[in-house]
Design a protein around this ligand. Structure first.
Ligand code: DOR
Ligand code: ZN
Length: 406
């Protein structure tokens, strides 16, 4: 079966995959729990998520991974896979043990781990990898075929700009962590991936130069892939005025020219996946007295599909900005970006056994208080979107409800 299928009133999608979320458990349960954030995923049409290691404790040991896998077994609303974090060489030896272990327990845990996540600069959870370790990370992962997901921002450049910064407004966040910082870090990561033949996936790509670097790496035949996050293609630095710290994330919002470049990258296939970087923080945490001290991150797992559907149906959901010239998306693109590619890149083994039925004519307004994430807010507050999930169906029901000639 090839999805999406269209019947007379609904469109059917495979349950989506979000290959970049932060579900906060264990240790940060005031922001979210596996149960609360999985409910948000399900309500957003997402059936499998890949969760990041910056919890407390971080997922940098086999014991921490086993603990998360145990917790996830109690959660029904979506499947959860867990990236393994590396900040120290001992973590690298642990992932190597996980990847090569032959015991039933190791194989069971490995099946729940889609790869390694590294941070080239600090973000929530202070997981920056020691720069001296990068060569070993790429060599080890290259040797074992472990995908490396990289948060690409240059730590030195960011630190220098932060030290020089005299502004206190949240808009300064985009200057302290500038586009050049992302490009430099991506270039660095690609160099290591090329040297060791390792698979490299760039997380939440946000800049024109970043897209161009990935485009060139692909043209050179390197195993480099990337994702963009909805907030980087629907919001710009203009949104700080209305959203304040609720628009603060890493990497930060960019100007409109970068947003255009991201849409162009989606259109020409340079961008492989759309992934939310769903990163809930409490409203109180976001309302920090010093805006630049507010935690970075926005929720997104429940709003990705309606935002993308609105575009695929010919609209543009942002009430105060114009649709970017390069913005274009078909229903098939949504399946490719949010199911087929992440499924393939991270060998998730998802099938289209369970599908979503979406009513494309249903219009509704996004309200944080109606969403399922524990944080109860959204940067898309008040946006009108199209497309509502009407139900999750088993595959046989779909075949029966579709006209024979379709
Ligand atoms: O904005 C972000 N929030 N970027 C990250 O890298 C981490 C995330 C979080 O965990 O809050
Ligand atoms: Zn993230």
């Amino acid at each position: 079966m090839s999805l999406p299928l269209q019947s007379d009133t609904t469109i059917r999608f495979p349950r989506l995959i979000d290959c970049h979320v932060h579900f906060r458990e264990p240790g940060l349960e005031q922001k979210g729990t596996m149960r609360s954030e999985a409910a948000a995923a399900k309500a957003g049409g997402v059936g499998i998520v890949c969760e990041m290691p910056n919890t407390d404790p971080p997922t940098v040991t086999i014991a921490a991974l086993a603990d998360k896998v145990r917790r996830a077994a109690e959660v029904d609303d979506c499947g959860i896979r867990f990236f393994f974090g590396v900040t120290d060489s001992v973590h690298l030896r642990a992932i190597e043990e996980l990847w090569t272990g032959t015991s039933a327990d190791m194989r069971r845990l490995k099946a729940r781990c889609p790869g390694v996540k590294i941070y080239l600069d600090h973000s929530t959870g202070n997981q920056k990898v020691n720069a001296g370790l990068l060569d070993d990370v790429f060599q080890t992962c290259g040797r074992h075929g472990i995908p490396v997901v990289a948060h690409c921002e240059d730590a030195e450049m960011n630190a220098r700009l932060q030290a020089e910064n005299a502004r206190a407004d949240v808009g300064a966040h985009s200057f302290i962590r500038p586009p050049e910082s992302e490009a430099k870090a991506i270039g660095h990561a690609i160099t290591f991936a090329k040297k060791h033949g390792s698979r490299l996936h760039i997380a939440h790509l946000s800049t024109r130069d970043g897209v161009e670097l990935v485009r060139r790496a692909k043209a050179d035949g390197l195993p480099v892939t990337c994702e963009v996050a909805p907030h980087h293609v629907f919001l710009t630095t203009d949104d700080y005025a209305a959203l304040g710290t609720f628009a603060k994330m890493n990497p930060p919002l960019r100007t409109r020219d970068h947003v255009e470049a991201l849409w162009a990258g989606i259109a020409d296939g340079t961008v492989d996946c759309i992934a939310t970087d769903h990163a809930p923080h409490t409203i109180e945490e976001k309302r920090s007295s010093n805006p630049l001290d507010a935690p970075s991150g926005v929720p997104g797992v429940e709003t990705m599909l309606p935002l993308l559907l609105t575009v695929a149906l010919g609209g543009w959901p942002h009430p105060a900005s114009a649709r970017p010239a390069a913005c274009a998306l078909t229903m098939n693109d949504i399946v490719r970006l949010c199911f087929t590619h992440p499924n393939h890149i991270f060998s998730l083994g998802a099938s289209d056994e369970e599908v979503l039925a979406v009513d494309p004519d249903a219009e509704w307004t996004i309200r944080g208080k109606d969403l399922h994430s524990k944080c109860q807010w959204t940067p898309y507050e008040g946006w009108n979107v199209k497309g509502k999930i009407v139900e999750w169906l088993a595959v046989q029901a779909v075949m029966m409800s579709v006209h024979p000639d379709e």
